[in-house]
Structure formats: structure tokens, C-alpha cells
Design a protein around this ligand. Structure first.
Ligand code: PHE
Length: 349
């Protein structure tokens, strides 16, 4: 919309007329700015403030004013100019503020895309290392049967692990949440002939009292190798190779005698503490060693159960506690942090 302005008659103006023209320009501008949509603001601005705009026209008449009023007229004109600028700014507030705040030297803002959970990171890395040593990846169900979780693993009826205090049983008789990944050993051997070289990563469940090192669910990586002429030295070799790749060249592995129903002999194995290099520190509670899990040579009874001939093949099996390894790797002192999804904790990874 256009508002017609009386054209100032340049040569014959006096100070009163000059001042009147200025206030006319001002009120016309105010109206037009108010009515202009945002795409027209620049046009309206040019109409009033531009080089050939209304204000400039009036300014040109300044020269023809009597010398004694020129300073005052100049002041008035400047004043009007400032007011026009102000009106303009008021109608384009966003543009003005964006211009002022934008700092092209600031680094860009990184969108929050999330990271890999430390437990998942550890699991992937473990799987990767074993994959590199020729193990393929097998899996089994988390809802297991008593047969696979205990019977087939040569675990006697009265073994304490079967106790209702240690195992989550389902209402459906014979079913439970697996307490270990070892039942995957049975499932794999049932379905394929030796040689077998697998790992089985996955969730397990136990009715442990929850504290800084125990949780009702945790993760294991099971390992099983069955072939001709497999010995306990091979087991130690593969665990050592894993430890060196995961933790570092200086790590040592030690075996302590133990008992599992499905291995004979059975061991518990430790990695030397990478934090103090075995000297003893807070992380290893002064022992110089970190308990990782259990392992051993597959019991001939287990081979018989799956239809392998124990006179022809031998095998080793091991379990690894993934939480334990993640906690050492990342310096985490409470297993619950890995499961409780506290964002302040997770955002560090
Ligand atoms: N399943 C055992 C446990 O959870 C660990 C283990 C695996 C022991 C394989 C021997 C062989 O404690």
C-alpha cells in the first residue's frame, strides 16, 4: 500500500515547514511499516531511508534554509532519521537479533546421536577377537529347559546351582532362565559334528543378592573347541591370546583348580591386573589378579550325552564374565551402573 506524500517544494521552505515535513514522513513511515508484510519491509525502508527516499528529499531542501536555522534543521533531520531506523528495527526484530548473535567463528553444535553402551562395546570387541582366532558365533535361548541348563551338562539333581534360591524357574515345569551360556555347548554339539569351534555370547540370569558385583542378569561369552588332541595347554593358550589382545601384551593368565560338573579337570582362571601389572592395587583388591570365570576340559559324560565319542575327541570349554571385563576396561566400580540406564553415567561413553 502506498500513501501519497505532498512533495516538498525545495526552494521555498522555512524551518516550520521543514519540521512539519519531517513529522509527516515519520507518521507515514510508521503506518507503512505497520501495514507492510515482512517481504516488503526492505522496500518500505528504501522508500523512507534510501538514497532517493523521502528523508533524502527533505534533506536536500536543507541547503536552501536560512543559515541561522540550518544547525537546528540538521538536528531535526538527524533525529527523524534515528526515529525511522528505530521503527524499522522494531518491525524486523528477529532479523536484527539473528544478525547480532550469529558468530561464524563458533564451532558447530554436535547433534546428540548417542554412543555404544560400554557393555555392548566390550561384548563386540570380545566377539571380534575370538572371531579372528577362528571361532564362529552361536546362540541359544535365554528361556532354557532344565535339561539343557543342567541335566545335559552332567549336573546332578541335588547340585546347589539347581536350588530355587539360585535359579529363576518359570511356572511351566522344566523351564527356567538360563543361569549360564553353557547350554549352548549342548545345542551346538547336538546339531553339528566335530570339529567344533564356537563362542556363544549372551544374557544369563541368577537369583543373586544384588550388590556392587552381582546383578540378577549378566552377560557371558561361552567358548567351546572340540577336535582331536585338544589339551588344557590349548585352553590356556587361547585365553592368553585373548587377554593379550583385549588388555595388552604383558597380561598373564593363571589357572586355579576348581569344579564344574561338565568339565574335568576344571579351573577358574584369572588375568593379571592390568592396572598395577600384578603388583596389587585397589582394582584387584591387592591380589594382583582379576578373576574372570571358569573353564576346563569337556567331561566325557557330556560328550556321551550329545553322541560324541570321548575316545576320539577332546575339547575345552570356557565362560567369560563380560561385566567384569567391561568394569576393568572402563574403571567402573559398580555393576549396577551397567544396567540402570543413568544418563549422567552413560553420556560419558
Ligand atoms: N558356566 C560356568 C559358570 O557360569 C563357567 C564355565 C563355562 C565353566 C565353561 C567351565 C566351562 O560359572
Amino acid at each position: 500500500m502506498r500513501i501519497a506524500l505532498p512533495t516538498p517544494t525545495m526552494n521555498t521552505m522555512n524551518i516550520e515547514e521543514f519540521s512539519k515535513k519531517l513529522s509527516e514522513i515519520l507518521s507515514a513511515a510508521e503506518k507503512e511499516f505497520r501495514l507492510a508484510d515482512s517481504s516488503h519491509l526492505a522496500v518500505v525502508r528504501a522508500k523512507f531511508l534510501g538514497r532517493k527516499g523521502e528523508l533524502a528529499k527533505v534533506m536536500r531542501a536543507l541547503g536552501s534554509l536560512p543559515a541561522d536555522v540550518k544547525p537546528e534543521a540538521g538536528k531535526l533531520a538527524n533525529n527523524t532519521k534515528q526515529k525511522l531506523e528505530k521503527i524499522f528495527a522494531q518491525f524486523e526484530p528477529q532479523k536484527i537479533s539473528v544478525h547480532k548473535k550469529f558468530d561464524p567463528t563458533l564451532p558447530g553444535r554436535k547433534p546428540a546421536i548417542g554412543g555404544i553402551h560400554p557393555l555392548e562395546w566390550t561384548l563386540r570387541k570380545m566377539v571380534d577377537i575370538f572371531y579372528g582366532m577362528g571361532f564362529s558365533v552361536a546362540s541359544g535361548p535365554e528361556i532354557e529347559t532344565e535339561y539343557y541348563n543342567f541335566d545335559a551338562l552332567n549336573t546332578p539333581e541335588d547340585h546347589p546351582a539347581r536350588d530355587i534360591q539360585d535359579t529363576f524357574y518359570l511356572q511351566k515345569p522344566g523351564y527356567l532362565l538360563r543361569t549360564q551360556t553353557s547350554p549352548v555347548q549342548i545345542r551346538v554339539m547336538e546339531s553339528q559334528k566335530p570339529p567344533v569351534r564356537i563362542i556363544a555370547p549372551g544374557r544369563c540370569y541368577r537369583r543373586d543378592a544384588i550388590d556392587a558385583t552381582h546383578y540378577y542378569t549378566f552377560t557371558q561369552v561361552e567358548g567351546l573347541y572340540v577336535d582331536k588332541d585338544v589339551t588344557l595347554a590349548d585352553l590356556k593358550g587361547v585365553l592368553t591370546a585373548f587377554a593379550k589382545q583385549f588388555i595388552g601384551k604383558n597380561v598373564r593368565v593363571r589357572f586355579r583348580p576348581h569344579f564344574f560338573p561338565f568339565t574335568e579337570p576344571s579351573v577358574e582362571y584369572d588375568f593379571s591386573c592390568p592396572v598395577c601389572d600384578g603388583k596389587g592395587c585397589r582394582v584387584c583388591k591387592g591380589t594382583g589378579w582379576l578373576e574372570i570365570s571358569g573353564a576346563g576340559m569337556v567331561d566325557p559324560e557330556v560328550f556321551k550325552t550329545v553322541g560324541y565319542n570321548p575316545d576320539e575327541v577332546q575339547g575345552y570349554a570356557f565362560g567369560m564374565g563380560v561385566e567384569r571385563i567391561a568394569m576393568v576396561k572402563f574403571g567402573i566400580d559398580d555393576i549396577r551402573l551397567l544396567y540402570e540406564n543413568d544418563l549422567a553415567f552413560l553420556e560419558q561413553f
